[in-house]
Design a binder for this molecule. Sequence first.
Ligand SMILES: NC(=O)C1=CN([C@@H]2O[C@H](COP(=O)(O)OP(=O)(O)OC[C@H]3O[C@@H](n4cnc5c(N)ncnc54)[C@H](O)[C@@H]3O)[C@@H](O)[C@H]2O)[C@H](O)CC1
Ligand SMILES: [K+]
Length: 501
Amino acid sequence: MSPLAGPILTAAEIRGAEASAMAAGATVDSLMERAGQQIAVAVRRLAGANAILVVCGPGNNGGDGYVAARLLREAGLKVRVAALAEPKTDAAKAARAAWPGGVEPVADAQPASILVDALFGTGLARPLDAPDVPLPSSQRKLGSQAASAEQPPQETPASAGVMARNGAAATPITAKLRALAQAATLTIAIDLPSGVTTDDGRVLSDIPVFDITLALAAAKPSHLLQPAARHCGTIRILDIGVATTSAAQVLTRPNLPPPGPDAHKYTRGMVAIVAGSMPGAARLAGIAAMRAGAGYVLLLADDHSGPDALVHKPFAPQAIADPRIGALLIGPGLGRDADAVAKLDATLVTDHPLVIDGDALHLLKGNRLTTLATRDTPLILTPHAGEFDALFGASDASKIKRARAAAVQANAVIVFKGADTVIAGPDGAVRVAPGASPWLSTAGTGDVLAGAIAAMLASGLAPLEAASAGVWLHGEAAHRAGAAFIADDLAQALSAARATE
Ligand SMILES: NC(=O)C1=CN([C@@H]2O[C@H](COP(=O)(O)OP(=O)(O)OC[C@H]3O[C@@H](n4cnc5c(N)ncnc54)[C@H](O)[C@@H]3O)[C@@H](O)[C@H]2O)[C@H](O)CC1
Ligand SMILES: [K+]
């Protein structure tokens, strides 16, 4: 059992990894047995002597549940099994047959202190309460789990407590799942909370928030993307003997060594920040850049407020021509007036590594973005959802897919910000940040992030690494800043975050 880290695989990719394991000699049954073993070990550790209810679905997720239930019972625990429908796959049928106990319909199941949800995993194809209702459009478009797992709708026994085919209303499964979860002291989802998609973070049904999710073989996008991620609780990855690789990875702590003994301010990196109509935002970015480790921060602003360590100069093309500048940041508090446009155009013709944020992103739309994409110096764009939609167009595709497409279009690293920040490079590399502090939802935190990323870029890191390190430091600073912090506190906390190397 390991923490949330490593590759992130879509449903199609995990099926591919499973197929490779089978080509190398594994069988579905052996993989399911291994999954069940690992689940049983984890559940046993969590459950103590408490009674366990395992709810099983018709596919292999349910199969994992039957195996785990059998092994937990063999270990002497009090285990009951409830099923939504008869098993449909051969492996799940075999696992069901090997379970020595009875199986009650989910609708009739009495709660237990430990609830194990093995209803659906990567094969979930539609909302839980509407087995016959086709998927919403974006799910069909995604194709991965939908297209290959989609099978003719199964007959659902009325006793299963879902909407029966004849339209007769029975107890909705989500209400039952919520009730079982509410009565439990610990809720554990196998692979994914049943009712969330695998690939794009959507929640298709009104399901509970689980305490723990035991992800099999690797993380899936919905373990990280909202709103699904918040239904997972603490995520642990179980090794089931399936080798997994992916261009998408969970963001982890960067390797940021402290300055060497012969360091000076320029070797640590010089950041220049173009201020605009709201100079406070650029100041915040400047403080953040210094506290993330930059050796010299130049604020191109007319006023002189802020810490004495910030060097001020009025904006002028010759000021941004300084060859010592390691990263030039434009956007925080820039405004969108003629002055902002002039500053942006002067910035875009330099050959410095660039970080573009906030208002500047709005001004990029159209020709500037097209021209920018032909530049071959490092470029990082840091849009939040509104800026992303304005620049690249709105879409209901997965945040990972959208970030990847935008990175190709802009020939840049994209930091698609939010509660589930996705970092993507034009080569398809993706990092997704887990578990951002909800207290980050306050004015100025984006300016702090832009400053931290600019510091990382100025230190000489490649754009994807710089963006990743900046996002990680920002997240770490937020955890350290605690509750109800303001952006100024967050910028301060970057020093301590930086010290955790
Ligand atoms: N990834 C691995 O290496 C392994 C994964 N295992 C486990 O298997 C599941 C995936 O199994 P699969 O059978 O493909 O899918 P599910 O069990 O999630 O369910 C599919 C099943 O359910 C039907 N269905 C889908 N949505 C609904 C719905 N809303 N209502 C009713 N029925 C629905 C669908 O038609 C199928 O029949 C993975 O998550 C792991 O838990 C293996 O055990 C080991 C290797
Ligand atoms: K599940």
